[in-house]
Design a protein around this ligand. Structure first.
Ligand SMILES: C[S@@+](CC[C@H](N)C(=O)[O-])C[C@H]1O[C@@H](n2cnc3c(N)ncnc32)[C@H](O)[C@@H]1O
Length: 211
């Protein structure tokens, strides 16, 4: 398991605290409102679903959601939430091996995962996602914008353009975590020649990508 996956496995039970930051509430409501129309009636593959926070919004309008994550520990928490009316199924799966997931999907959603993809792997990851969505389907990505004071400070950057943060769990253990904050220009180049529609909120961005 990668360092990233191990960090989120260790963090699973305290992950949802990130959705309680007071300054982000308005943006979270906006993002939760933006998602359902994008997936209405669609068969959705959710990548790196974590504790299922966004799965609830997706399942409110989607025909079905297959919510996947590399960590069964985060999915165990996701299984305790209420969903629907769309059908929801959970599966352990690697975001870099989407071909292993059975099913056909006309929408793919990944929340807060793009920022954790190393620059060296971004085009491979994007190609894997775009390959997995049916023709005429849509890929939806949402993630953090960097806001001083709300995000963990960036502690290190590499010549590749990766940036890192130091994260601390409630028991005091610290982890260095890759967390990138792309511009719309960089993101658009990373998924080219696919078309991008980009929405900037204050704390988050939302991109829909179609071929
Ligand atoms: C920032 S969390 C996002 C969780 C959820 N999408 C959300 O927005 O609340 C990143 C998630 O990626 C998962 N993860 C890490 N590496 C992964 C991989 N290679 N494939 C699938 N999931 C992975 C972690 O277990 C974690 O749940």
């Amino acid at each position: 398991m990668s360092d990233l996956a191990d960090y989120y496995r260790q963090r699973a039970t305290e992950y949802d605290a990130v959705y309680e930051k007071p300054e982000r509430q308005e943006d979270l409501t906006r993002l939760r409102d933006l998602l359902p129309p994008l997936v209405a009636g669609r068969s959705v593959l959710e990548i790196a679903a974590g504790t299922g926070y966004w799965t609830t919004a997706l399942s409110s309008s989607a025909r079905s959601v297959v919510a996947t994550d590399l960590n069964d520990e985060t999915l165990a928490i996701a299984r305790t939430r209420s969903y629907g009316p769309g059908e929801v199924r959970f599966e352990v799966a690697d975001a870099y091996d989407l071909g292993a997931i059975p099913g056909r999907f006309d929408a793919i959603f990944a929340g807060f995962f793009w920022s954790h993809v190393p620059r060296a792997d971004v085009r491979r990851f994007a190609a894997g996602v775009l390959d997995r969505v049916e023709r005429g389907g849509v890929v939806i990505l949402a993630d953090n914008s960097y806001v001083e004071g709300s995000n963990h400070p960036i502690t290190r950057s590499t010549p590749d353009g990766d940036t890192y943060q130091t994260r601390r769990l409630s028991d005091g253990r610290t982890f260095e975590v890759l967390k990138n904050f792309p511009t719309v220009e960089q993101f658009t180049a990373d998924v080219a020649p696919a078309q991008v529609s980009w929405t900037d909120l204050t704390y988050f961005w939302l991109a829909t990508v179609s071929q």
